[in-house]
Design a protein around this ligand. Structure first.
Ligand code: DC
Length: 204
């Protein structure tokens, strides 16, 4: 069984996807981390501005060991990930890894932007997690510790625009996705709603 969890930055999809994987005993893949690894490697190899050549080379020679790099979660690397994610060759280089991960028995939960539309269009359950930009900015600000709210909000909006407007695999809900707006929910409520939505789709 494959569960696709998509949505914009800081909507809660990572937390929900991890909780689903734990609940069902499935494998979990944070596909944003793959793009973050490419973004980080590109920054380290070529600096800014990011060039497609450097990004494509980084995507094709990705080392799974960099999954644990402590710099992956920074806003700078998140923004770089969103920039390299626009490049079709970068997306193509990461596609097979994601698809073969999704086939792992007894099941897998993948979270990202295009899981339900491109990576696993045949996923058994698809969730699209949203929340207002303001709520997401507050959550991200809390996560980052200090950070100026207006700067975080501006970054979230810029990332939404870039992720949604790109030509290849843009951030968009699959037609058969269950929409979950977590703006007014705490983690427990959001996770319960997600589990219920997946249970409703589950083949007995
Ligand atoms: O989920 P995240 O914030 O870690 O993702 C970082 C960036 O990676 C995001 O802004 C866009 C890109 N991304 C993508 O294009 N497709 C995915 N499946 C996952 C992430």
């Amino acid at each position: 069984m494959i569960i696709a969890v998509d949505g914009p930055a800081a909507a809660g999809k990572g937390t929900i996807a991890r909780a689903l994987a734990r609940h069902f005993g499935f494998h979990f893949l944070d596909t944003g981390a793959l793009y973050r690894m490419v973004g980080l490697a590109t920054l380290r190899a070529g600096g800014e501005p990011i060039t497609p050549e450097t990004a494509i080379a980084a995507a094709r020679s990705l080392e799974p060991s960099s999954f644990t790099d402590s710099d992956l979660r920074t806003e700078t690397v998140g923004a770089a990930a969103s920039i390299v994610a626009v490049i079709p060759e970068v997306r193509a280089a990461l596609l097979e890894f994601q698809r073969s991960f999704a086939r792992k028995p007894p099941g897998a939960v993948l979270d990202g932007r295009d899981i339900g539309t491109v990576v696993c269009p045949d996923a058994h359950a698809k969730l699209f997690i949203t929340a207002s930009p303001e709520v997401r900015a507050r959550r991200r600000q809390k996560e980052l510790g200090a950070a100026d709210y207006d700067a975080v909000l501006a970054d979230i909006k810029a990332r939404d625009a870039r992720d949604s407007q790109r030509a290849t695999a843009p951030l968009v809900a699959a037609q058969d996705a269950v929409m979950l707006d977590t703006s007014g929910m705490d983690i427990t409520a959001a996770v319960s709603a997600a589990i219920a939505a997946v249970e409703a789709r589950r083949v007995p």
